[in-house]
Design a binder for this molecule. Structure first.
Ligand code: XIL
Length: 355
């Protein structure tokens, strides 16, 4: 019994009875081999992650992914002043040294974060009373001691972190209050004196959503460089989200390149729950949208002149580890690895842009 083609196509039940040779099936798609590389193996610039010393010690999958994928390592918290310098006369190097050793063992560069910040300060600093000379000594001694301790092991530093408000005005931090706005320049000079080989960065967030802030930051770094202050790069954290357009992300990265300095996307994570919905779930559609964002950021970064590409660093390894869940008290999946340390579509987006 013969049936017209249309009937064959519509009737699965009767399909077996259709005569052969009446239609040519489309060729089967060539199966794509699974990606055999890693971020560090395919990236033409350092690709890194921030890591927690505690998770490196306690969770084998965490260290395995970090070792396999990253050619650059940042300590998520271990090098902040509050962690490193618990009293005026004591330093606690244990966690920071552990992270540095992990990176050396795995042949990864170490980026230091951060010598100066308005927060994550030890109580003795927040409570410190002294004149401007005493504050200057405190700033200089901390930077000098830390940079010297890691000299030859830490390639680069976020010297000053988050000095600006989103409006583009300088934050009224304890450093500004006690030392005036030019403490920033002196912090770079102290770091440079302690390790002339280290690459020195000004690091901040919000470039992609506040024109006032990014213009103020790019003006500051340009003016520091023009004054001969030893600054080599600009770090853009990019704790960003699905509601920032690809074009906006790309033009921000290109504008950073206009400074002529090294550019570091230093703390990348991409929120897929920007409205902080308490019952949100990570759907396939969100995963696909996140892939597009990661690909857009990576492609825009790759488009910078090679000599300015300091690298991309994600802020932690997997969704299980992200600070953003704690920060928003909401469901979040901002990283390229899922809660089980498996690669997400976001990972494929990065790879597609890198290859
Ligand atoms: C965050 C860490 O991820 C958290 O674990 C910690 O509790 C607070 O700091 N900008 C920065 C990073 O420069 O140091 C911050 O890291 C995230 C925002």
């Amino acid at each position: 019994m013969k049936f017209p083609f249309g009937f064959c196509a519509l009737s699965l039940v009767l399909l077996a009875q259709c005569g052969s040779g009446e239609s040519t099936p489309p060729p089967a798609p060539t199966p794509q081999p699974p990606f055999a590389g890693t971020l560090r193996s395919v990236s033409p610039f350092p690709f890194g992650g921030a890591v927690s010393a505690g998770l490196l010690r306690s969770r084998p999958a965490y260290g395995q992914v970090a070792a396999r994928e990253y050619s650059s390592i940042t300590a998520e918290n271990a090098m902040k002043m509050g962690a490193l310098h618990p009293s005026p006369t004591t330093y606690n190097w244990t966690d920071a040294d552990f992270v540095v050793d992990f990176a050396r063992l795995n042949n990864a560069r170490v980026h230091g974060h951060t010598l100066n910040w308005y927060t994550s300060l030890p109580a003795w600093v927040t409570n410190f009373s002294g004149d401007s000379t005493a504050w200057e000594n405190l700033l200089r001694d901390h930077i000098t001691t830390v940079v010297k301790h890691f000299r030859g092991k830490v390639a680069s530093w976020d010297v000053v972190n988050e000095a600006f408000e989103d409006t583009g005005v300088l934050r009224n931090s304890i450093w500004v209050q006690h030392l005036g706005p030019d403490y920033i320049a002196r912090a770079f000079q102290y770091a440079n004196a302690a390790d002339p080989a280290a690459r020195l960065f000004y690091n901040d967030y919000g470039h992609e959503y506040s024109a006032a802030k990014r213009n103020a930051i790019f003006a500051l770094v340009t003016s520091l460089r023009n004054r001969g202050i030893p600054i080599h790069g600009v770090g853009m954290q990019f704790h960003t989200s699905s509601n920032i357009s690809d074009a906006q992300l790309a033009s921000t990265i290109a504008q950073a390149g206009q400074t002529g300095l090294l550019v570091h996307i230093s703390e990348l994570d991409i929120s897929m729950n920007p409205s902080l919905a308490p019952a949100a779930t990570f759907t396939a559609a969100l995963a696909a949208a996140q892939k597009v964002k990661y690909k857009a950021v990576t492609a825009a970064f790759k488009a910078l002149p090679a000599a300015q590409r300091f690298g991309i660093t994600t802020w932690n390894v997997a969704d299980a580890d992200t600070w953003r869940r704690g920060n928003c008290s909401c469901p979040e999946w901002p990283l390229p690895f899922d809660d089980n340390y498996q690669r997400k579509p976001a990972y494929d987006g990065i790879v597609e842009a890198l290859q």
